[in-house]
Design a protein around this ligand. Structure first.
Ligand SMILES: Cc1cc2nc3c(=O)[nH]c(=O)nc-3n(C[C@H](O)[C@H](O)[C@H](O)COP(=O)(O)OP(=O)(O)OC[C@H]3O[C@@H](n4cnc5c(N)ncnc54)[C@H](O)[C@@H]3O)c2cc1C
Length: 348
């Protein structure tokens, strides 16, 4: 059996039952949730958490495939427990408490160039002294954008597992992106930003204004990786295009990919080189707003009608469409939960 990395924690809470309820309803979107009375089990891509209530205590057992995954699951769980506790007092202690220190998965990145690769997709190339850190363990990362004109104050790890973020004028803005390409020789990383509609959009604006020398933080890698499957359906809008492109670029020869990508129009189409066999369909909104047309859900339903149960279904799109796809796969289709990864990439 593969090595497991484990940690135990005890949370003492005012209302542990409420915390269990909140964990169940929140994590159902991100993981497989099982509840058996006072025991809740969360199975995530990166690991498993058993949380058992006993009186005012929650006994937590974490088991993950890597030390990095353990650190991530612990901090995600800790953050959520404190968030759900709100103003109620909560004490959380771990068997081997993490050292209060700079986050082990955080690296500084420095812009070296930026250019539009389509009318609404801007590629920012950044340099990183330790680019290889991001090469394995997930395709995605949290981009930490420092406030304009201030030296970045990077987050630290707290002994209760939470991340301690700088506040007020030093507060960072955090958005999730995909490592589109990592060039280990040059120590450079490409990140493709959708220049989407909206106001107050720090992620897209950071890309628009990016100039050589700008500093940001990259916290990761995380999220899913390249699915391990011979046949896949990959579907998404332009926010998922970097991840779909990377999956296509990294699958081994012989992999069958049916890809459905929703973009505004033909000018947004990019090439997707792959060693696999690719059947690619572009779907156009033609000026209608993103996240309103249900094209990705429709494409997955149609494609699955003629696919077998071994097909891995991967999607990244607007939150409500992602939920509909997840519900369809789980309830209507009864698709194997280990053969799907459906991500809410943004929210209208
Ligand atoms: C795992 C993962 C990987 C991702 N990878 C990428 C990536 O590689 N490239 C990328 O560009 N995005 C990616 N995203 C999506 C990105 O995180 C969101 O689009 C994010 O909201 C952008 O932040 P912002 O500051 O630009 O806008 P926000 O401040 O979050 O939102 C401002 C306004 O813009 C709207 N908005 C946000 N995104 C969109 C959109 N795509 N289309 C239309 N309206 C939108 C919001 O509804 C809001 O009204 C990824 C998300 C996830 C979860």
């Amino acid at each position: 059996m593969a090595e497991r990395f484990t940690a135990s924690g005890i949370a003492i809470a005012v209302d542990p039952e409420m915390l269990l309820d909140e964990l169940c309803s929140h994590f159902v979107e991100h993981s497989t949730v099982k509840r058996d009375g006072d025991l809740v089990t969360l199975e995530m891509i990166t690991g498993k958490a058993d949380i058992r209530r006993k009186d005012r205590k929650l006994a937590i057992e974490l088991s993950c495939r890597s030390a990095r995954a353990l650190q991530t699951v612990r901090s995600v769980l800790a953050e959520h427990l404190f968030q759900f506790a709100g103003d109620d007092r909560l004490e959380l202690a771990w068997s081997d408490a993490p050292k209060a220190d700079r986050l082990p998965d955080l690296r500084e990145i420095r812009v070296v160039g930026a250019r539009n690769i389509s009318p609404h997709m801007r590629r920012v190339t950044v340099a990183c002294d330790d680019a290889k850190h991001f090469a394995h363990g997930g395709l995605h990362f949290r981009l930490l954008i420092p406030p304009k004109g201030r030296m970045p104050v990077w987050p630290k790890l707290r002994s209760d597992g939470r991340i301690e973020w700088a506040k007020d004028e030093d507060a960072l803005t955090v958005r999730i992106y995909t490592f589109r390409r990592i060039d280990l020789e040059r120590g450079e990383i490409d990140i493709d930003f959708v220049l989407h509609q909206g106001v107050n959009m720090p992620g897209a604006e950071w890309a628009v204004n990016a100039k050589p020398g700008d500093i940001a933080g990259a916290l990761g890698p995380g999220g899913g990786g390249v699915p391990d499957a011979r046949t896949m359906i990959l579907a998404g809008d332009e926010t998922a295009l970097p991840a779909v492109s990377r999956i296509a670029a990294e699958v081994p020869a012989g992999t069958q990919l049916r890809i459905f990508l929703e973009v505004d129009g033909p000018a947004e189409e990019l090439s997707l080189p792959s060693a696999g066999t690719v059947d690619l369909t572009w779907m156009h909104r033609n000026g209608r707003p993103a996240g309103t047309m249900g094209l990705i859900e429709g494409a997955i339903r149609n494609a699955l009608a003629e696919a077998d149960g071994d097909t891995f279904v991967w999607a990244g799109c607007e939150r409500s469409e992602a939920k509909r796809i997840r519900d369809f796969l789980k309830t209507e289709r009864g698709h194997d939960r280990h053969k799907m990864s459906i991500g809410a990439y943004w929210e209208r």
